[in-house]
Design a protein around this ligand. Structure first.
Ligand code: AHR
Length: 495
C-alpha cells in the first residue's frame, strides 16, 4: 500500500501573493472563439448586449476571470487595428491567413473588445502587431486607447463613441516573434522590442505593463538573449508559450478517444511545465535577481486533433476529465512559482483548444476545465503557502510520474485553500498533511472526477462532470488526512 500514500506539509512562511492574473484567458480571432463564440450574429436567439453573448459573459463572471488576451496569437501580427474601428459597415475586410483562410469582417474590433472586458469585469491584455505592422501603428493604437487629452487619435476615439480613455495596462509587443510573428532571431527581436516598446508610450495615469514575446517551450537561448539585451525596466514581463501534447505536433491524438498510454503521455508532457518554468526562471534570475520581470505564460493548455468533421484551421476540440487534470496540475505549478509567474493565459476561452466553454448555436456547455477555474479562483490574490510533497509514483510500463501535486494559499479572511490532484487513474491516494502555523476548525471541499478519464460534457449531457461535495478529508491525530479518489481534483477549504 506504500504506493497509495502521500505526505504533504503546508507552511505559512512566505511573503508571496498568488497574482490573480495567473488565472487569465486568451481569445483570438480563430475559429469560433470570437465569431460565433463571444460575438454572435444578431439573429441568434440568446441574450446579448450589442452582439456579445451574455450567457457566456455570466459564466465567465462567475469564475472572475482577471484578464483576457486579444486579438492573438498569430492573428495579432497580421491585425491592423485601424480596420476594426468606425462604422462597422465601412470596415475593410481581410483574410485570416493563419486560421482557415476565412474572411475577417472586422466587426469585432477595439471598441467591441473593450466593451466585452467591461462586461467581464476583467483587464484587457492587448497584443500589438510587430510582425507586419509599424512602430507608428502600434504607437497610435496606444494613444487611441490611453491618452486623455486633445489629439487626432482621441478625437477619432470620441467620434467613434468613446470619449474617455480605456487605460489599458497589459501590452504585448508582438506574439511568437520566433515563429508566426515574423520568424525573427532573438537578437533581431530584442532590438525590435526596444524600438516598438519605446514608442508605446506611458500616458499620464496609464502606465503600460509591457510584455515581450518570449521563448517557445525550451528555447533557453531566447530567454538568455532577451534578458541580456533588454533592460529590466523596459519589460514588465516576458512571455512563455508551451502546449501539452499527448503525441507530437504531427500526431497530436484525439481529444476523446485515447488509451491509458496516451493519457499518461499527455500528463507527462503537462508536467514538463515545471521544468520549463524552473529553467527559464533560473536564467532570468541571473539578469534580474530581484525578480522584477514577470514570466507570463500567455499560451498554455492541451492541443489535440480537431473534432472529426470540423475545420482543421479552427482548432475545435472536446475537453475531457484528463484536460481538467492538466489544467489543475498546471495551475498548481504556477501557484508554486508565483515569485516569477505573475500572469498566464489558457488557450483559448471558447470553442478553441482547451476551451472553458463550447457552443453550438444557442446551446453552450461548461467544460471540465471551466470547473477547475471555478474551484481554483480561491487562490486569486491569496497569500501563497509553500507546500512540500512526498508523492507515490504513477507508473505505466517503464515510465513514472508523481501521482499527486498540490498548492495552497490563505485568503484575506484567513481561510486556507489546498488544491490537490491525483493523476493515478486507478488508485485512490491518502495524503497525510501537516499544517505548520495554520489553525482551522472546519474542513469542507469539492471534488471533480468521473468514471473514465476521457469522459466529457456534451450538449446532451452538459453536467456529467461538475464539482461535487467532497467528504474525504478529516482531522486525525492533529494531521489533516485526505483520501483523493483516482483521477481527481480536490480543493479543500479550512476555516
Ligand atoms: O493558440 C493558437 C496559436 O498557438 C496562437 O495563435 C499562436 O500564438 C500559437 O502558436
Amino acid at each position: 500500500y506504500a504506493q497509495q500514500a502521500a505526505t504533504l506539509s503546508v507552511s505559512d512562511n512566505s511573503n508571496l501573493t498568488i497574482n490573480r492574473n495567473i488565472y487569465g484567458h486568451f481569445s483570438e480571432h480563430l475559429g469560433h472563439c470570437i465569431y460565433n463564440g463571444f460575438w454572435v450574429d444578431s439573429s441568434l436567439h440568446v441574450e446579448k448586449q450589442d452582439r456579445i453573448r451574455l450567457d457566456i459573459v455570466k459564466a465567465l463572471q462567475k469564475i472572475h476571470i482577471p484578464n483576457l488576451r486579444w486579438p492573438g496569437g498569430c492573428f495579432a501580427d497580421e491585425y491592423h487595428w485601424r480596420d476594426g474601428i468606425g462604422p462597422r459597415g465601412s470596415r475593410p475586410k481581410m483574410v485570416n491567413t493563419n486560421w482557415g483562410g476565412v474572411t475577417e469582417d472586422n466587426s469585432f474590433g477595439t471598441h467591441e473588445f473593450l466593451e466585452l472586458c467591461e462586461l467581464l469585469h476583467c483587464q484587457p491584455y492587448i497584443t500589438g502587431n510587430v510582425g507586419s505592422g509599424t512602430v507608428e501603428e502600434m504607437s497610435k493604437w496606444v494613444e487611441y486607447l490611453n491618452f486623455d487629452g486633445v489629439s487626432p487619435m482621441t478625437a477619432q476615439r470620441a467620434a467613434n463613441g468613446h470619449a474617455a480613455p480605456w487605460k489599458v495596462q497589459f501590452w504585448g509587443v508582438g506574439n511568437e516573434s520566433w515563429g508566426c510573428g515574423g520568424n525573427m532571431t532573438p537578437e533581431y527581436y530584442a532590438d525590435q522590442y526596444r524600438r516598438y516598446a519605446s514608442f508605446a508610450k506611458n500616458y499620464p495615469g496609464s502606465p503600460l505593463l509591457k510584455i515581450a514575446s518570449g521563448p517557445n517551450a525550451d528555447d533557453y537561448n531566447w530567454t538568455e538573449v532577451m534578458m541580456k539585451q533588454v533592460p529590466n525596466w523596459m519589460m514588465w514581463g516576458m512571455s512563455l508559450h508551451y502546449y501539452t501534447l499527448a503525441g507530437d505536433w504531427g500526431h497530436k491524438g484525439s481529444a476523446t478517444n485515447f488509451d491509458e498510454q496516451t493519457y499518461f503521455s499527455a500528463l507527462k508532457s503537462c508536467l514538463h511545465m515545471e521544468d520549463l518554468v524552473r529553467t527559464h526562471s533560473a536564467i532570468m534570475d541571473r539578469y534580474d535577481p530581484a525578480k522584477k520581470v514577470a514570466l507570463v505564460v500567455d499560451e498554455w493548455g492541451i492541443w489535440t486533433d480537431v473534432e472529426p468533421g470540423t475545420n482543421p484551421g479552427f482548432l475545435y476540440q472536446q475537453n475531457s476529465l484528463r484536460d481538467a487534470l492538466i489544467a489543475a496540475t498546471t495551475l498548481n505549478i504556477f501557484n508554486n512559482h508565483c515569485d516569477r509567474v505573475r500572469m498566464a493565459n489558457l488557450a483559448q476561452t471558447i470553442n478553441v483548444l482547451q476551451a472553458l466553454i463550447l457552443t453550438d448555436k444557442e446551446k453552450m456547455l461548461l467544460t471540465p476545465t471551466y470547473h477547475v477555474f471555478d474551484l481554483y479562483q480561491v487562490h486569486q490574490d491569496a497569500h501563497y503557502l509553500p507546500v512540500a510533497l512526498n508523492s507515490p509514483d504513477y507508473t505505466l510500463g517503464k515510465e513514472k510520474i508523481p501521482a499527486v501535486n498540490a498548492s495552497a494559499s490563505k485568503d484575506s479572511t484567513g481561510t486556507v485553500h489546498i488544491s490537490l490532484v491525483n493523476l493515478d487513474p486507478a488508485h485512490a491516494i491518502t495524503v497525510s498533511t501537516q499544517l505548520a502555523g495554520v489553525t482551522y476548525k472546519t474542513i469542507s471541499g469539492k471534488v471533480i472526477t468521473s468514471a473514465k478519464f476521457n469522459d466529457v460534457n456534451t450538449f446532451d449531457q452538459p453536467n456529467k462532470i461538475v464539482p461535487q461535495d467532497f467528504k474525504g478529508a478529516s482531522k486525525k491525530d492533529g494531521n489533516l488526512v485526505v483520501t483523493l479518489p483516482a483521477k481527481s481534483i480536490v480543493v479543500l477549504e479550512l476555516k
